[in-house]
Every structure is written in C-alpha cells, then in structure tokens.
Design a protein around this ligand. Structure first.
Ligand code: WT7
Length: 633
C-alpha cells in the first residue's frame, strides 16, 4: 500500500484520479473481508449518497485484532503511559487486546447491547477506552465518544440526539494534577436522558461516586461475571460495509453540534491506508499519537488506523506539562518512540518553556514527526524540526477533518519534499479543487480560494446523524457537486497547499473546533447577557483565542465578577474548552440596517487591527464602532 518515491506518488496519484474505483479496490484487497464487494462505488453529491465497497461484509475489529493473532500475537498493540509517572505503564499485546475486547464485548452483551444500538463513551485516556470502542465495534453497536472536557449539558445533547441506551464511563479522570469527576458529570447529564438504561463505570481515580440501583454497574464486577461464565471468545458481528461504525459530534457554524457518521468498510480502508502511507509505518516501529480518543484523531490514528496495520501505539493519559513540560520527551525516551504525532498548540506551548526542558532527554529514536489540527506556523515548524527531529525527521503536516475520516492533504514521510507551513499535496484518491465565491473552479497555481473535494474518498462522512438534510446543507449545498471543507487555502507555484484557516464561523482553539454560534448561545443564557458576538483572534499558543463582545447593561456586582459568572456559564453549557479568553462589555453590536452583526469589523477589532475597518457605511449606528474600538482588550 505504501508509495516509496515521489515519482511513484505522482503516478499513483494520477491513477487514483483516472480510475478511482480500480485504485481503491486494489487498496481494499489489503484488508480482511468476510465477503468482497459487488461494486466498488456508488455515489452522487446531490442527495448526497456515497457507498463504498457495496455488498461487502466485514468487521473492523477482525482487521484490528484477529488478523494479527497468527503472526503478531505478542506484538505490543497499546503501550499505555499513566498521568502519574510513578505509576506503572501497561502494555497490551495484540493477543491481550483481542481477549480484553472480546471480554468487554461480552459484558456489553450481558448488559443488553446489540448491533445498531448507540453507546455513549465518556472516559479517561486509559486502555479501557480503546477496549470499549473496539468492543462496541465487535458487536456492531455504534459508539459515540464524548471528549472528557465537555459538560453535562453537552453530553446530554449528544445522548439525546443519538438516542443512546448505554453509557460507558469511569469514576474520574486524572489529568495533570486535576481530577475530573466523570461519573458525577454523567449523573448530571442523565437527569435529562431517559433513554439510558445502563451505565458501566470503570474504576480509575477512586473518586466517590453514586451508583444508582438498577442502572449503574461497575466495569470490574461485570468483567468478573463474564469470566465465571467461562466463554472468553466473542465472535465478531458481520457488518455490512455501509453499516454505521460510529458517530462523532463536531461543531459547525450554526446551531448544535452535529453527529458525523462514519461507516465500516470505507472508513477502515481509509484510516488504514492513510496511516500506513503518510507515516510509512514499518513493522516494529513505536508510534505515539498525543491526541485524545475523544476526537477524530484518536479514533483514526490511535485506534482504528494503526491497529489495522498491526502497529504499536503509545497512548498517554496525562497532559504535556505534567509533572513538567518535558513529559512528552520523557515518554519518547522511555518507549524509544519512532513516530511522534502531535498538535501545533502543544508544540508552541512546549516551545515557550525554553530548550532547558530538552536537556538529558534522548530523542534519538525519533525518525518521523507529524502535526494536525491547525496550521503549523513556520516558527513552530522549525523548532519541531530542529530541536525534536534534530533536522533528520520529516514532519508530516496532515490536513483533514472529522468529516473526512482520515488524512487528505499531507506529505508522505521521506517521499514528499517538504515546505514549512504547508500540508503539501493531496494524498492519492483525494481530488482537491479551489473554488471562488461563486463556486467557479480556480485553476492553475499561485492561487487562493475555498477548498473543496470533487470526488468521494472512502473515509467521507455519510450523513449527520438523524438529519441528512443538515449534512447536505452544510457540506454539499454551498457548491454544486462538491464537498465543501469550510477551509480557505493557498495553492502556491509548485501546487503545494497551505491551509489558511476556516472561512466560516468556526473557531479553531488549540486544535478544537468551536462554533461561534454555539458559544454565543451559551453566553446568551447568562441572565445579564442581552446579546453577544464571538470571534477569534490570534493567540500565541492556542492558535486562536475566543473573543466575546457582550451587551450586558445590568452587571451584577462588578465587571470582573460578571465576567467570571459568564465564563462559568459557558463552562457549564459547553465545557471548559469553549471558555472565552476575553470578554469586552459593549453597549451595542455593529449591525447592518437589516440587523446582521458585522463580524468582519469585530474580527478586525479583536485582532487589534483597527486601522482599516473597511466599509462601515451600511451600519445602523456607526458610532458603536468607535466605542468598541476604544474599549478593545
Ligand atoms: C479543521 C478540522 C483532523 C483532526 C483534528 C481536527 C483544521 C486540521 C490541519 C492542518 C491546517 C488544519 C482545519 C479543518 N485543521 N488539520 N494540518 N493544517 N488546518 O479535526 O475538529 O474536525 O477540525 O481543523 O480548519 O477544517 P476537526
């Protein structure tokens, strides 16, 4: 599956465009199917409908686990490093992981889970999280993993939207010196969720929890029951290639987060192929991805992608700065990590601690580096390259999205010539196009535009859960016959792509996607907020910070207290990850005569660039702009 030279990449890319079906059929041959497909692809982007490997049957966990048992049973699948460095690490070989997944799948079965059920997972970064995900897939239950930084309200919204019947969680999560009481957050969420019949709770932090009779059970007790039943195996459910594998909620420019749906066959092929290719994974290499399984990066590049390839994955429970800012490098040193995949925000944050934290850390095992989540600015690129890669490790800057399932534009390690700040070239099978405002394709090089994809790839989202029309509207209606990414892009003289950021009202804060409308809704729930507008501004570490303009005439107490109250409200409604970095109280927002907020102006003010605010003549009250400018934070 791996492309070995740049010439070969160009040839393969050409073939993938000229004969996409033949190209992907050949790739799909590298996976294990119960039954092969009758037809490689059926699609139209108007409904939209995309079906890959039509008629094929499989179970993704047989690809992630069973098929490695013959030759690689004792290869480590997961090396787990705990939050607290004095606690022992754990290693699960493919055989052990297989057995634990089967065992927990039986636990799920005993608790009423069956194919097609939706199961919400809210867990710390422990091996049991991967086990829970794979156990769902084993049974054909659809997992919906919710990141540990989301609030009870966010969890409830997601559980209700997907009509989940089971929650898998833990007593608490340890992150740095903080403890997040996961079960207690779940309890708050479940007040609103009558569909949940069972909560399975893993012991992790020994935080006291309230176990509700008839609803809540301990993971460990349930595992014991399965052990006494004495049947360790759990045959994998046969899935249709287009059966749902998982739902993952992500923010958009309007309303509530949407449940991005990925299906079995295409997603598996795409996650596996892109992992093998971009990182040029070789057997025996140790690969460390610092993402949380609560995000798509963890789904595709901790769990499914690497495991389909029999890779050894390092999974880390903690945070990069605990107990100190050298933790990642300690882990690289400890497990002799070869491939290190992280986010620009982490790189910038660690950079800011100075180079002393690198002293005495042996990073010589590293051969390849990767980055994801937001543009990797040149300063961070060079630091990563010089100080971590010692100038000898290619950096694969992987551009992709929750919706794409896997890497779309990315260098292939040691194959694609690199340019700092560029995600470089589309991977085979990815037909990128630039379009202008009117949907007209912008051809040639040295151009900028909105990034679209004009042909399906196996990892493309199939729908947004429970609302196909929303999927069509969001991704397929802006430009006819194209998938619209929401990103702006520059294609330089060499045809290299540089992602310039979102062109919609979505922020990227520390690599997390946050809809401005969502934050505004949360702000507006606070009793003394009349109206608000949220925009992003450049932030040294987070990439973007959240800047909120808030109309709040009756501040309770003083401004500082009101600010804290408002931040607390956002934390409660969405979660700590969406907290505004800056709140500016204003007497009104700049609006057009038709009542539309002119965000362009607010963005400029938030960026601290007020020299040229552009045309303000259509504003209802231009005076308000002067006031906002004067009070900018
Ligand atoms: C958005 C997708 C894909 C996993 C992490 C985020 C931005 C992602 C890059 C990159 C520049 C990037 C885009 C994209 N983004 N990777 N390498 N260079 N921007 O997934 O939450 O679905 O967000 O993240 O704006 O649209 P996500």
């Amino acid at each position: 599956m791996q492309v070995k030279t740049f010439d070969e990449y160009q040839q393969v890319y050409r073939k993938s465009v000229e004969e996409p079906e033949a190209f992907w059929a050949e790739i799909a041959e590298n996976f294990k199917w119960r039954k092969k497909w009758d037809k490689v692809l059926e699609w139209n982007f108007t409904e939209p409908k995309v079906e890959w490997f039509k008629g094929a049957k499989l179970n993704i966990t047989e690809n992630c686990l069973d098929r490695h048992l013959e030759n690689n049973a004792d290869t480590p699948a997961i090396i787990w490093e705990p939050n607290d460095p004095s606690e022992n690490h754990r290693i699960l070989t493919y055989k052990q992981l297989h057995d634990k997944v089967c065992q927990f799948a039986n636990v799920l079965k005993n608790n009423g889970a069956k194919k097609g059920d939706r199961i919400c997972i809210y867990m710390p970064m422990v091996p049991e999280l991967a086990i829970a995900v794979l156990a769902c897939a084993r049974l054909g239950a659809v997992h919906s993993v919710v990141f540990g930084g989301f609030s009870a309200q966010s969890i409830a919204d997601r559980i209700k939207d997907a009509e989940c019947n089971i929650v898998i969680t833990a007593d608490g999560a340890e992150r740095g010196n903080k403890n997040v009481p996961l079960k207690s957050v779940i309890d708050d969420a479940l007040v609103q969720c009558p569909s949940i019949k069972r909560v399975i709770v893993l012991t992790r932090s020994h935080t006291p929890v309230s176990m509700i009779k008839g609803r809540d059970v301990w993971w460990e007790d349930e595992v014991k029951k399965v052990e006494t039943q004495g049947n360790p195996d759990c045959p994998a459910e046969e899935m249709d290639t287009e059966d749902m594998l998982f739902i993952l909620y992500t923010s958009g420019s309007t309303g509530k987060p949407k449940g991005v749906v990925h299906t079995c066959g295409g997603y598996m092929v795409y996650a596996g192929y892109t992992f093998a290719n971009a990182f040029q994974y070789q057997p025996g290499e140790v690969y460390f991805c610092t993402a949380d399984i609560g995000w798509i990066t963890g789904h595709s590049y901790i769990a499914y992608g690497p495991l389909t390839q029999g890779a050894t994955v390092v999974m880390f429970e903690g945070i990069p700065t605990y107990p100190d800012a050298g933790r990642f490098w300690d882990i690289v040193d400890k497990f002799k990590v070869n491939i290190f995949y992280t986010a620009p925000t982490a790189i910038r944050s660690l950079m800011s601690f100075g180079d002393d934290i690198l002293k005495g850390k042996d990073l010589s095992s590293l051969t390849k580096l990767g980055s994801v989540g937001e543009p990797l600015n040149e300063e961070a690129w060079h630091w990563f390259n010089d100080k971590i890669g010692k100038g000898k490790c290619p950096i694969v800057d992987t551009w992709w999205q929750t919706e794409t399932g896997g890497f779309m534009i990315s260098p292939i390690a040691n194959v694609t010539p690199l340019k700092p700040g560029y995600a470089s070239l589309p991977l085979p099978g990815v037909q990128t196009v630039l379009v202008d405002e009117n949907g007209k394709e912008i051809e040639g090089n040295g151009v900028s535009g909105n990034l679209c994809i004009k042909f399906p790839w196996p990892g493309i989202l199939r729908t947004t859960y429970g609302d196909h029309e929303r999927c069509r509207q969001t991704y397929f209606a802006t430009y006819e016959n194209m998938y619209f990414t929401g990103d702006g892009v520059l294609r330089d003289e060499d045809g290299y792509y540089r992602i310039t950021g979102r062109v919609d009202d979505v922020l990227n804060v520390s690599g997390h996607r946050i809809g401005t409308a969502e934050v505004e809704n949360a702000l507006n729930m606070h009793s003394s907020v009349v109206e608000s507008a949220v925009v992003g501004y450049p932030h040294d570490i987070k990439g973007q910070g959240v800047y909120a303009f808030v109309v709040s005439p009756d501040k309770h107490g003083n401004e500082d207290i009101t600010r804290k109250d408002i931040i607390m409200t956002v934390s409660r409604i969405i979660g700590p990850i969406a907290k505004p970095d800056k709140i500016q109280f204003v007497s009104g927002l700049p609006k057009t005569r038709s009542g539309k907020i002119m965000r362009r102006i607010l963005r400029k003010i938030a960026e601290g660039d007020t020299s040229n605010l552009g045309d303000t003549s259509t504003l209802l009250d231009p005076g308000v702009v002067e006031e906002i400018k004067a009070g900018a934070l």
